[in-house]
Ligand binder design. Structure first.
Ligand code: GLA
Length: 600
């Protein structure tokens, strides 16, 4: 472990002590290992009630959904996790939590106690997994924002049903006593309960101050404190489970630099606020996750939120949009969580949710999130390298409401035009042999073509960064601007673009083999001894040049002035490579590891 990481742990421990005074000393020590890749090797698939029902559902809705998942064949296609989401609490009690039995009658036990074990056992006996919900603060999102009759009751302390100060007890209850497999941990409790809120002023709730998330204001938020709280829940959850690692789904809506720390405390994290069943919202949530391919891989996934397939502008009268939505989520390896009423779902929508070739794109075992190859106002091309050699999933997205033609050269996806190339349209179910070196599609308004392209690598022995994002991780973001909010397109590290989204150019064309990073950043590339030599051009993106360093398996192999000259690294047997960009300054915020190629 590098000194930097140790220092980081130390800083996290100090912050934790300051924030979570209610936690025991034992919880603050013993850093647990982060989630493993095998704890969620491919993006999660399942069902959640929130988009379908808001807070208006009960145990019957959950049971019905579970039965439908089985009856409609969705479970067998991989949709296994059934979440209960918010609004299940009656009140916190000294040793446990009372469940709202008017909504969950099967939770009623002898002697007036309650337990979710019967519901969890029902789900398990159907071959499904069970997910529960909590908040990282003292109170929840529904308590703050919803006006339903089914809110927690009792004294102020009894209504504090969030996990703050109770991580150990709650994790034990959820995983060990009740047997859940997953917890979604929301964050309204650390964002929306300041003393300025009327419900706090009026005494309904206790203030949570200072808030750890000030929505849209990263400079006023407290990402390290929030990371510590999630880390503390993760450790408690690991301690509470025996056979498998728990699944933790972090719901901090892309705030507080969740990309930095999410993978240490959970297997997936939301990248934006709640998706709505309209085109603009689906594009917005897609955009929040799509540029972040360097943050995803087996065991760590960007989560642009639940599917709206079947709802609103993605219902049976909008199949083009529904297919586009599904294609976008699949090509960026997003969790696929159905959130429509499966009792009423139409056959055409089911065909979309069940398309096995689309699901195979999402669930491809290499775990590469698709990389944006080109992006314009109307059209966008995203390419996901699949595990089968020479095979790519390509999404050609018409974001606009007019027809559009989009093209893609085979060389842009590193395939040869000298060998046969098969193009499979996974929605139309057609396969054609490509004539020429360019794939062209004519798209209807809001249509996405999802293609599986199978050919021969252009260069037999070379691999490029956009073909292996799952092997790359960002260890340190480096320079962070104050406008890095979910609705700004600032991404600390990405392929082909600088953090603010300007394409990285080489000889007037976009260099899609470049990794654009922030000054002072560190990225790690898992080579696993697979490569012999690497070519790259470290390039300062401003007049300030600075010095970069490269480490192989922790040992420095190159420290040079970033003067834009190409260099070669000999990396036979090297497992991990670390690229450290020159430190930043006010006029020097980004850097590019350009023209990267990895040779076997
Ligand atoms: C927040 C989350 C949603 C949902 C609701 C429930 O808004 O982002 O996904 O869980 O809370 O109240």
């Amino acid at each position: 472990m590098s000194t930097l990481i140790l220092l980081r742990y130390a800083a996290v421990a100090i912050v934790l002590a300051a924030v979570a005074t209610a936690q025991s000393a034992a919880q603050q020590l013993s850093p647990a290992a982060p989630p493993t890749p095998s704890s969620l090797p491919t993006p999660l698939m399942g069902w959640n009630p929130f988009n379908a029902f808001g807070q208006n559902y009960d145990e019957h809705s959950i049971d019905d959904a579970a039965q439908q998942l089985v009856a409609l064949g969705l479970r067998d296609l991989g949709y296994r996790f059934v979440d209960i989401d918010d609004s299940w609490w009656l009140r916190r009690e000294p040793e446990t939590m009372a469940i709202r039995t008017n909504l969950y009658p099967s939770a009623r036990q002898a002697h007036g106690t309650t337990s979710f074990r019967p519901l969890v056992q029902r789900l398990h006996s159907m071959g499904l997994k069970a997910g529960i919900y909590t908040d990282i603060g003292r109170n929840t999102c529904s308590q703050r924002w919803e006006k339903t009759a089914n809110m927690p009751e009792g004294t102020q302390a009894q209504r504090e049903v969030g996990s703050f100060g109770h991580q150990q007890a709650d994790a034990h209850l959820f995983f060990s006593e009740w047997g859940f497999d997953l917890v979604k941990i929301d964050a309204c409790g650390v964002a929306d309960y300041t003393s300025a809120a009327a419900v706090v002023r009026g005494g309904t709730f206790r203030a949570f101050e200072p808030p750890l998330i000030v929505r849209g204001k990263p400079a006023e938020s407290k990402p390290e404190d929030l990371a510590s709280l999630y880390a503390s829940f993760w450790r408690s959850a690991v301690n509470a489970t025996s056979e498998h690692l728990p699944i933790v789904s972090i719901c901090a809506w892309g705030e507080d630099d969740v990309n930095d720390w999410g993978s240490r405390s959970g297997q997936m994290w939301r990248t934006s606020y709640d998706v709505k069943a309209n085109w603009k919202s689906v594009l917005y949530n897609f955009d929040s996750a799509a540029p972040r391919s360097l943050f995803a891989g087996p065991g760590r996934w960007n989560d642009p939120d639940l599917l709206e397939v079947g709802n609103g502008e993605f219902d049976k009268d909008h199949l083009t949009e529904a297919r586009a939505h599904m294609s976008m989520w699949a090509v960026i390896a997003a969790p696929l969580i159905i959130s429509t009423d499966l009792r009423k779902v139409s056959p055409a929508i089911l065909d979309i949710l069940r398309n096995p070739e689309v699901l195979a794109v999402d669930q491809d075992p290499a775990g590469n999130q698709g990389v944006i190859l080109s992006q314009a106002q109307d059209g966008e091309t995203v390419v996901k390298t699949l595990s089968h050699p020479g095979t790519k999933a390509v999404a050609l997205i018409n974001r606009s409401d007019h027809p559009l033609t989009l093209s893609l050269g085979l060389s842009e996806i590193h395939l040869s035009s000298q060998a046969p190339v098969m193009v499979r349209d996974v929605w139309r179910g057609t396969s054609t042999r490509l004539q020429g070196a360019t794939i062209t599609v004519q798209l209807m308004p809001k249509e996405t073509a999802l293609l599986r392209v199978e050919g021969t690598p252009l260069e037999n022995k070379a691999t490029f960064p956009d073909e292996m994002p799952a092997r790359i991780r960002v260890l340190e973001d480096g320079f962070k601007p104050n406008d890095r909010t979910p609705d700004r397109q600032w991404v600390p590290a990405r392929i082909g673009f600088l953090p603010y989204g300007e394409p990285i150019l080489h000889e007037n064309r976009q260099d899609t083999s470049a990794i654009g990073v922030a000054a002072g950043s560190r990225i790690q590339i898992d080579l696993h001894g697979d490569f012999k030599r690497i070519e790259l051009t470290p390039r300062a993106m401003s007049s300030a040049v600075g010095t970069y360093s490269i480490f192989a398996d922790g040992k420095p192999i190159q420290t040079r002035s970033a003067n834009g000259r190409a260099t070669v690294l000999h990396v036979e047997h090297v497992q991990t490579l670390e690229l450290v960009a020159p430190a930043g300054g006010p006029d020097h915020t980004s850097f590019a590891w350009a023209q990267l190629r990895f040779e076997r």
